[in-house]
Design a protein around this ligand. Structure first.
Ligand code: CA
Length: 232
């Protein structure tokens, strides 16, 4: 299941930009441009993380956060205006997990989102550390979608988001051969317009980081059909 992020931001251009970038990274995104509507959505419990602007019509971000914290521990990253020190202070006091100053580099926002989600998942799973139900594995390889982590025999494997998503798709369909078109559709999306051999290229990247590195053969090529990961 995709990680869901709620973006409460009244500046349409910024909201749309964030939405596109997050969707590209594989997140599911919903937007609210008005404070009360934003609070209502945030309180619904349907989101894994909230990006919260401060200056909003209806109800401002600090007030939304104050009310939200009465019922929810969902991670919140505040979007603050440059040098608005008071906003940062009151936001963190109110229980924001982090803040980022506008204008920001999207890479920084993405990094902060990942950290926030990872910390939150670690806290949530602390009482029952028996492993997440959604963890996927083949052989000694495990992939945790919640924490966005891949391990081989305990060693961390660093993947880009595309590589991660390709590996996740293969693992979710363990023992099922997936054609290039299917992989293209699921990992890159229906409207992908680039080279069709991109799947083969990314399979090579994955093999370099996993199969070659750990001297195994987890990702198998089925000639003329596609790719599969199989239990030995
Ligand atoms: Ca605003």
């Amino acid at each position: 299941m995709a990680t869901k992020i709620l973006v409460i931001e009244d500046e349409e251009k910024i909201a749309r930009f964030i939405e596109l970038e997050l969707q590209y990274e594989g997140y599911e995104v919903e937007k609210a441009a008005e404070g009360r509507q934003g609070l209502e959505l945030a309180e619904s419990g349907a989101y894994d993380l909230v990006l919260l602007d401060i200056m909003l019509p209806g109800l401002n971000g600090v007030e939304i956060l104050r009310r939200l914290r009465k019922s929810s521990t969902v991670p919140v990253i505040m979007l603050t205006a440059r040098d608005a020190v008071m906003d940062k202070v009151s936001g963190l006091d109110m229980g924001a997990n982090d803040y980022i100053t506008k204008p920001f580099a999207i890479e920084e926002l993405l990094a902060r989102i990942r950290v926030c989600l990872r910390k939150h998942a670690a806290n949530e799973s602390a009482p029952t550390s028996a492993g997440s139900a959604s963890e996927l594995s083949v052989g000694k390889l495990t992939l945790c979608p919640d924490r966005h982590e891949v391990n081989y025999d305990g060693a961390a494997v660093e993947l880009t988001s595309r590589e991660f998503s390709l590996l996740q798709t293969l693992l979710e369909n363990k023992n099922i051969v997936l054609g290039r078109d299917t992989l293209l559709e699921r990992v890159w999306g229906y409207d992908y317009m680039g080279e069709t051999n991109v799947v083969d290229v990314y399979i090579r990247y994955l093999r370099a980081k996993i199969d070659d590195k750990f001297d195994v053969r987890l990702i198998k090529t089925i000639r003329g059909v596609g790719y599969v990961v199989k239990d030995e």
